[in-house]
Design a protein around this ligand. Sequence first.
Ligand SMILES: Nc1nc2c(ncn2[C@@H]2O[C@H](COP(=O)(O)OP(=O)(O)OP(=O)(O)O)[C@@H](O)[C@H]2O)c(=O)[nH]1
Length: 548
Amino acid sequence: MGLISRFSRTRKFINQIRTLNSPLISSIRSNNALECRLRWTSSYCSKSRSQRDNDIDLSQFPAERIRNFSIIAHVDHGKSTLADRLLELTHTIRKGHGQPQYLDKLQVERERGITVKAQTATMFYKHNPHTATSESTEDTSTFLLNLIDTPGHVDFSYEVSRSLAACQGVLLVVDAAQGVQAQTVANFYLAFESNLSIIPVINKIDQPTADPDRVMSQLKSMFDLEPKDALLTSAKTGQGLEQILPAVIERIPPPPGKFGSPARMLLLDSYYDEYKGVICHVAIVDGTLHKGEKISSVATGQTYEVSDIGIMHPELVPTGVLFTGQVGYMVSGMRSTKEARIGDTLFHARSVVEPLPGFKPAKHMVFSGLYPADGSDFEALSNAIERLTCNDASVCVSKETSMALGLGFRCGFLGLLHMDVFHQRLEQEYGARIISTVPTVPYIFEYSDGSKIEVQNPASLPSDPKKRVTACWEPTVVATIIIPSEYIGPVMTLCSDRRGVQLDYSFIDSQRALMKYRLPLREMVVDFYDQLKTITSGYATFDYEDSE
Ligand SMILES: Nc1nc2c(ncn2[C@@H]2O[C@H](COP(=O)(O)OP(=O)(O)OP(=O)(O)O)[C@@H](O)[C@H]2O)c(=O)[nH]1
């Protein structure tokens, strides 16, 4: 379904919700919250804390017995289903746990069947190097595997690049019938540029239209990945899944790092939990971190005491310690997620360490105004936005006022789907009732005196009779489009109608073409994706990145 039509469908849904009366909304909201709380508490309380602390001895897992890997793919090629099967295979979750796409925890992810937030799960797996299959043989060693399930949609590629920083390898999942698609290309290059080991997995081989040989030759011609290295699987029927974890262990290197050095870790993600406060996901690059120790932040210079530390197995399981190469969570008395800056280096207080490279800041592509549906609800909306941005730090927020709508906020998003998901989460998780303005893209204006200004909202362009606007720049993106060859003509016409400039044009096999265009972002924000899907009968796939 087109991005924009998904958007308009949700708007319709939002309008329907607005017509519900507020006591009903608040009762739904409190029931949801209660249900989540009960689910969490029952799994958490099923064992006592000390029992769980003692259950898992992480000192058994030196770096050589750890593998950190991510699952990357185009939208809907089966990442989350595959992640489920691997969690079942390693007994991390029960088979038939009655909750498909286990790691897609948000309500919006379940309703839309998409992943928007990367999730990590630690698994333990007995591997026999001689048989390359596992379990119950004598010469086995147990490995600790950290699996990171990532979103497929272009708007959330920021989540993918962050996840890859904690990994040494990836499973590149490709649908056996659809073959390589636009986000397969984008994700492959993210992994390739990070020097990660890439294991191609051709999934959905159970489909009648599956053609693994064609996909293998696409992988060879586009990415130089050898056909013999591809694993053929069906996450639906379970076929071929037994080869995956042995391949992860044998083909992905263990995490590097210095065991004896002071603790140094990368802050991968953070979110706010009502009971525990700020929970940070960290990758321990060097050294060991125990509960009770003090850590400092390179970004803020603040020092904190670690009050809880452990792994996601797949829920939070305290272990009291994390060693070099391990990925887990840490609670340290940070009061808000603003203190937990994603990409920050945390280290043993009073030690001297080299900061880790961190991440590029998220780039906001579209902006929109958010106003309370009822003007008197401004405070409630303000609270809801503040709480949600604690769990989605990639949104930027500033206050603004509109003549018609009163006091509100201008928010920057990574793309239209991200904006839509943020709106939906505000309504579903925080019961906010909002009116949002038409999305805009940021323009840069230059004045006759040489000064420049970035304007996200046309209404806020200052008019100063003493200064003349001499130049104006609009943001552009580089779009990658993959289409069956019969649609090349109409797609070229669409792109040139939208002021696109062709940058590349090639064939990925006898039936499919790959085109690259530089396009003004504004053209895409309107209805480009819907048009593209319409003129290609839904066969086009599309990805874009900022062209600067
Ligand atoms: N026939 C078949 N269907 C599959 C297989 N694996 C996954 N699916 C289905 O494909 C659809 C998408 O699967 P997901 O696991 O949600 O895909 P995803 O890549 O995680 O999707 P995003 O998170 O949105 O990027 C679901 O309806 C799955 O049931 C498979 O091996 N065979």
